[in-house]
Ligand binder design. Sequence first.
Ligand SMILES: [Zn+2]
Length: 319
Amino acid sequence: MAMNRVQFQSGLSLPAFLARYGTESACEKALFAARWPQGFKCSRCSATRATTFMRRGQTHWQCASCHHQTSLRAGTLFAHTRLPLTTWFLALYLLTQSKTNMAALELTRHLGVCYRTAWRLKHKLMQAMCEREASRKLGGRVQVDDAYLGGERNGGKPGRGSENKRPFVVAVATDDEGHPGMAVIEPVPGFTTAAFKVWYTDRLEKDAEVYSDGLGAFRAAIDLGHAHTVIDAGGGRAACEVEGARWVNIVMSNVKRALDGTYHAFRYFKYADRYLAEAMYRFNRRFQMQAMMPRLLVAAARCSPWPESRLRNVPVFAR
Ligand SMILES: [Zn+2]
């Protein structure tokens, strides 16, 4: 089964990680390569010639054309922090190579930083994952299901529409043999036709065929020209055995279990976008464990700065 390939693949070992990223200068070189793969490029005028100088112990670049000055971290997710890059890189390693999600509290122990610092690191890196996944679209056969975060039971479906819960969607694309490909896992403003019209437009390719249960809002797919098949889970069969819904049910239960097992006091409602983006990012790279860390480094180098005030100021229903 495909999942065994995920569980038994070799990730990036700790000795290999330390050999590659064990010193501050090694991390600086890696960040430079992630940010400027073709060599320095001015963020203001795109010129490639610059002079370097040191300020407060940090290398700075001054563009030869427009004289704009920048540092390695400025304008990236690594801006506005005095944490050594070795600590950042260890966080990148732990969040991508661990088998299960790692909460900020556990990060504090591994990184030797206070909770607030670990929280910021974790949320900044989840934000990079979120932005990396923002443009993903699913094509082919797409199984879709809905659930809630928050409330008494994480992810249950008590009377679709309870208050103080955050509705979210799991969608999994499958190939002709029924094997799972990419997934989208994210909050939606509600399980309404209007919300699903927006969601389908954002997340489905034109050729996507939707498989879902009988919830009315899922039918918005038809209005947008997608084929739509309602999966009937009746007849005494367990939902996960129903053809056309197997993978979305597996992914849904894995997401719920991972969130329940890791984030006991997690504020689902407010930060659901990031927590679900983390689940989505990891799922979509499940066959490339080794590459996940350097890829997340590139995503972080291309992500704009997220100071704590911006991290905490989340419009709840923004997409
Ligand atoms: Zn310039």
